[in-house]
Design a protein around this ligand. Structure first.
Ligand SMILES: [Zn+2]
Length: 238
């Protein structure tokens, strides 16, 4: 068996047998990795609470045929501020769920890794209402599925853009309208997030505009993933 070292963010964990866990991580160098952490559920485990969802870790693993085996793990960042705030932890779990859906085993996706790490760091700093929708829209763009936001996707009209439908590929004018309605402010914010104005978008306050973008980005992501986002539609105590 060969051994490797990589950095990763723990996406989720599952019990395995009496004392072990399967840990799913988004790694910098190898995409999604599933690895067994032996003895992790014993109180005197050498891994302790290091391999919990959200942790940014550096680890050494034995490469296995199906599952790798964690040999060493050190925490780089715990995101304590996120963990101790229910609202923020729910948002963080949405980011992790989307990454879990998009990342593939054996395929490095360093930009997706950097995006989720950057988003978790931003969330640790500040609970921005636009963080999750901005992340989702940026991920759609990374996937090559950025919505068209400059002209109507159906007739190329530049004005009177009043609707949004990702199945159609973006915004729609009044005569072509279908999907969900889009406010002028929503359109402006959408253009800012997808255009280079992310930092200013993250300073937008909570309110109807943030809610509109959150619903739009969630729906667009669900269309892209062809499934509902569990962490958005269920309470964390389910
Ligand atoms: Zn049109």
């Amino acid at each position: 068996m060969s051994i490797y070292r990589d950095d990763g963010i723990v996406l989720r964990t599952h019990k395995l047998g009496e004392a072990d866990r399967i840990v799913t991580l988004m790694t910098r160098g190898r995409g999604k990795v599933r690895a067994v952490a032996k003895g992790v559920r014993r109180t005197r485990s050498k891994f302790g609470a290091r391999l919990e969802p959200l942790s940014h870790v550096t680890m050494m693993c034995w490469q296995g045929r199906e599952l790798d085996i964690v040999n060493q793990a050190e925490v780089l960042e715990t995101f304590r501020g996120v963990r101790e705030d229910l609202g923020r932890v729910t948002k963080a779990y949405t980011l992790l769920e989307v990454v879990d859906q998009l990342a593939q085993e054996g395929h490095a996706n360093p930009r997706l890794y950097e995006m989720v790490l950057g988003a978790l760091r931003a969330l640790e700093e500040e609970d921005s209402p636009l963080l999750v929708p901005a992340f989702l829209l940026k991920v759609l763009a990374l996937e090559g599925s950025a919505p068209t936001v400059d002209v109507c996707v159906s007739c190329a009209a530049p004005d009177d853009l009043v609707a949004f439908d990702l199945t159609e590929g973006g915004v729609l004018c009044r005569s072509c309208r279908r999907g969900r309605s889009l406010s002028p402010e929503g359109l402006e914010l959408l253009r800012r997030i997808l255009g280079g104005g992310l930092a200013s978008a993250l300073r937008e306050p909570a309110g109807t505009l943030a809610d509109e973008l959150t619903e739009l980005a969630t729906e667009a992501t669900e269309v892209h993933l062809e499934r509902r986002l569990r962490t958005v539609h269920s309470s964390p105590t389910d």
